[in-house]
Design a protein around this ligand. Structure first.
Ligand code: KG4
Ligand code: ZN
Length: 347
């Protein structure tokens, strides 16, 4: 059977998202609901609250996404089944399995990171990948939980070539935002405030920037920020907020771009991609595009709607896998980690 259109569900963390995606990557519809307000008072994601909100939001979003289309018109269902918060994943997986069973449609559980990595191939009326961008490419996946480099050889063959040894880049942004009292998640706020700031005003460490491997480290940066803010009065912090954000952001971005360059050199690939929530960062986008232009690298950075957690990327990974005959069955359960076959990890 041919797969033309799939319904996709993403509930791995705190965003509930549903999409209708075609096999050529075209996104017919994408609807999402975030839960930022529900978690804000706790300064981080509370798993129990996340899963409860998914149960409330998911079915109305499915209905909204269909826009009057009948459910039976979809050719299959894709759902994020790993990695993530178990309770959150469970809501999506059980819903997908129930829909598949009642509609008698095939379905598949998708790895959330694979979905992020493939996001550059999504398209809609306003976005399509840069001309010539294709497999193989190096991918930098930067989100709240991941800062990883991959060699993306082809569909279903992804090799981990580097990762953070401590915090993820998004985590570093969020912790810094918390120190400044900007709320959670604060990466986008740091980005916003940094626009009016001087990035050379404060000096922050660039962890592992000169190491010849593709490891990243952001814990020294976090400690340094904590120390600096501890030495400043609350008034002084507020008066210098923009410069603090710009300087902190520059430290993260400089390391990410330098290591992306190293990853590209080592791989020899002419294509590169940046994905995950932190790729929404305006400074990272600018610096990475400048790097790519100077190096003649074909760089894809999907638009924000496909960078932060969304079901469209899950639909694409799912429809491509189902098109080559891969399916899940009703024994599928959520998993907090990866499956051993998801990624090639060399010792
Ligand atoms: O991929 P994502 O939506 O969810 C996870 O799977 O983690 O990424 C969320 C992360 C958060 O840490 C958030 O602060 C960060 O992405 N983020 C940003 C920006 N927008 C979102 N970090 C820096 N600058 C931004 N503009
Ligand atoms: Zn994500």
């Amino acid at each position: 059977m041919g797969f033309e259109t799939v319904l996709a569900i993403e509930t791995s963390c705190d965003d509930t998202s549903v999409a209708l995606v075609q096999a050529d990557g075209f996104v017919l519809n994408l609807v999402s609901a975030n839960q930022d307000l529900a978690h804000k008072p706790f300064g981080g994601i509370v798993p129990e609250i996340a899963s409860r909100n998914h149960t409330l939001q998911l079915l109305p979003l499915v209905e909204l996404c269909l826009q009057g289309r009948s459910l039976s018109s979809v050719d299959g269902i894709a759902v994020t089944s790993r990695p993530g918060l178990i309770g959150s994943l469970l809501v999506g997986v059980v819903t997908a399995k129930t829909l598949a069973l009642t509609l008698k449609k095939p379905f598949i559980g998708v790895n959330h990171l694979e979905a992020h990595i493939l996001a550059p191939f999504l398209k809609d009326d306003d976005y399509q990948k840069p001309k010539g961008f294709d497999f193989p490419y190096v991918a930098l996946a930067v989100s709240g939980g991941h800062s990883h480099f991959y060699k993306v050889h082809e569909l279903a063959r992804y090799e981990v070539i580097g990762q953070t040894v401590d915090d993820a880049a998004g985590e570093a942004f969020d912790k810094f935002a918390k120190m400044l009292g900007l709320g959670f998640p604060g990466g986008a706020k740091v980005d916003q405030l940094a626009k009016g700031g001087d990035s050379e005003r404060f000096s922050f460490p660039r962890g592992l920037i000169n190491s010849k491997d593709l490891n990243l480290s952001f814990s020294g940066l976090k400690t340094s920020a904590l120390r600096l803010l501890g030495s400043m009065s609350p008034q002084k912090i507020i008066a210098n907020q923009a410069d603090l954000c710009a300087s902190f952001q520059e430290a993260v971005v400089e390391v990410l771009v330098k290591k992306l360059d190293l990853a590209q050199e080592q791989s020899g690939f002419k294509n590169a991609a940046i994905c995950g929530g932190v790729s929404a960062n305006s400074r990272l986008r600018l610096q990475a595009l400048e790097w790519a232009n100077a190096k003649g690298v074909n760089l894809a950075i999907p638009p924000l709607r496909y960078c932060t957690d969304n079901a469209a990327m899950v639909g694409l990974a799912g429809v491509w896998r189902m098109s080559r005959g891969e399916f899940s069955d009703q024994s599928l359960g959520p998993s907090a980690g990866h499956n051993p076959s998801d990624f090639i990890v060399r010792p």
